[in-house]
Design a protein around this ligand. Structure first.
Ligand code: AMP
Length: 122
C-alpha cells in the first residue's frame, strides 16, 4: 500500500491537527489516543512515512527502528507503566483492523489488561 500523506497521523506530525503530546524526539512522537481503551492509552509513531509495521520493518533505517523502539520504552517508563505493567500492540492490515495507515504502537496501561487478545465474534 502506498503511503497517504494526508492520513491523520501525517497531519498530526505536520502540526495541522492538535494532539496531546507526551514525548517527542528526532524519530518519534507519542500522544494520547483520542478514544482511550484503557486509563492510559498512548500512541507512539515514527516520524518517517511508513504505512505499517510490515513497511517499517522492511524499509526503515536501523536508526529509525532503534529510535522508535527506544521511544516506546521511554514513554512506558515515563508514564510509570513499567510496574505493575503495560501492553504494546500494533495493528497491521485488514485482519488486525488497522484504521490509520501510518505505523503506530499502542501503549495500554493503568488497569488489569486481561489475557492477550479476543478474536472477533468470541
Ligand atoms: P488502529 O485501529 O490500530 O489503526 O488505531 C487507530 C487509533 O488512532 C485508534 O485507537 C483511534 O482512537 C486513534 N486516533 C484516531 N484519530 C486520532 C487523533 N486525531 N488523535 C489521537 N488518536 C487518534
Amino acid at each position: 500500500m502506498a503511503y497517504d500523506p494526508n492520513n491523520i497521523f501525517a497531519r498530526i506530525l505536520r502540526g495541522e491537527i492538535p494532539n496531546k503530546t507526551v514525548y517527542e524526539d528526532e524519530y518519534a512522537l507519542a500522544f494520547h489516543d483520542i478514544n482511550p481503551q484503557t486509563p492510559t492509552h498512548v500512541l507512539v509513531i515514527p516520524k518517517g512515512a511508513y504505512v505499517s509495521f510490515a513497511d517499517f520493518s522492511a524499509e526503515a533505517s536501523d536508526a529509525e527502528i532503534v529510535g522508535l523502539v527506544r521511544a516506546v520504552g521511554k514513554v512506558a517508563r515515563d508514564l510509570g507503566a513499567e510496574h505493575p505493567g503495560y501492553r504494546i500492540l500494533t495493528n497491521n492490515g485488514a485482519d488486525a483492523r488497522q484504521e490509520v495507515p501510518h505505523l503506530h504502537v499502542h501503549v495500554f496501561a493503568g488497569t488489569d489488561l486481561g489475557r492477550m487478545i479476543k478474536p472477533a465474534g468470541k
